[in-house]
Design a protein around this ligand. Structure first.
Ligand SMILES: NC(=O)c1ccc[n+]([C@@H]2O[C@H](COP(=O)([O-])OP(=O)(O)OC[C@H]3O[C@@H](n4cnc5c(N)ncnc54)[C@H](O)[C@@H]3O)[C@@H](O)[C@H]2O)c1
Length: 272
């Protein structure tokens, strides 16, 4: 059921690779709620993925951009402003990648060039994006910027590797830039800390299947799906959350506040 929460609003969605992507579901939901969209991803992801399908479903244009390139981000924001006829309302940063994870380099024997790349793609890109939006005054008053994060920023999760450090930095950037952007333009900046989700990025994490089941059993409401996440993101782009900013918002079925559940204990006992 649609509520028209984003009627008349316009925004950019980063990171829809295929129909499993959190960004894919968020774009569909935002469109359903009345938003006009510009979609973006890296040229190689556009080529290998299926974003064009999403674009035709959403009536959106696709502008290629590597989120680590200031030049690409400048062009993207200029093109979005051209498409929207001026300032716009929201941006979703749903971007992450770790070459260390991809190449199975353990955290204690990291490759530092890869580590820098992880931080650049998964965290600094958020700063770069906010920098470009701020400098160009691209967002309307009370605009909203959301990035996706994971609870490994707060607690260690074996296998999450250097992405944990990237997410900690990402969340810090949301607070630091949120303070500046909020004061200057009343723009909100938040991160959503999502349950493990079966996507291309999610599947790259070592032991993802077990992690998914563990989190599900440890969450009173069960894991939140990518579609649930899309619903939540839409509320953060809407006018109903105008004073929420600089937060890490847990969208995880209660996992982050849970110490132990009977369901998880049952599985543990069986294993013993
Ligand atoms: N899947 C999970 O379990 C989970 C849980 C919590 C948070 N997240 C976060 O959600 C976000 C979206 O991931 P997803 O799970 O939908 O997976 P996904 O693989 O569908 O999306 C990741 C996206 O990042 C894009 N990307 C990678 N490098 C880029 C670059 N240099 N410039 C621009 N885009 C780039 C990819 O092309 C892809 O579209 C990520 O930030 C991820 O860390 C995922």
């Amino acid at each position: 059921m649609a509520y028209g929460l984003l009627k008349g609003k316009k925004g950019i969605v980063f990171g829809a690779l295929n129909d499993q992507s959190i960004a894919w579901k968020a774009a569909l939901k935002a469109r359903e709620e009345g938003a006009e969209l510009v979609l973006t991803n890296t040229p190689v992801s556009i080529r290998l993925g299926t974003i064009d399908q999403l674009a035709s479903q959403c009536g959106a244009i696709v502008v290629p951009a590597d989120a680590t390139s200031m030049e690409d981000l400048d062009t993207l924001v200029d093109k979005a402003m051209e498409q929207f006829g001026g300032q716009f309302d929201f941006v979703l940063h749903s971007v992450g990648m770790s070459p260390n994870i991809r190449k199975s380099r353990p955290y204690e024997d990291t490759n530092y060039d890869f580590f820098n790349k992880t931080l650049d793609i998964s965290a600094l890109s958020f700063h770069k994006l906010l920098n470009v939006l701020y400098r160009k005054d691209a967002l309307k008053e009370w605009g909203s910027v959301v990035a996706l994060t994971y609870i490994a920023a707060q607690r260690t999760f074996q296998g999450y590797n250097d992405m944990a450090d990237a997410k900690a930095l990402l969340e810090s950037i949301a607070r630091s830039f949120g303070a500046i952007y909020g004061k200057k333009r009343h723009v909100r900046v938040n991160t959503v800390s999502q349950s493990p989700t079966k996507t291309t990025a999610g599947s790259g994490i070592a032991g993802m299947e077990d992690m998914f089941t563990y989190a599900d059993k440890m969450s009173p409401l069960g894991n939140a799906s990518a579609s649930d996440c899309a619903d939540y993101i839409v509320t953060l782009f809407s006018d109903l959350t105008r004073h929420v900013t600089m937060q890490t918002l847990y969208h995880d079925g209660g996992f982050s506040s849970t110490g132990l559940t009977a369901d998880a204990m049952e599985i543990f006992k069986k294993g013993m």
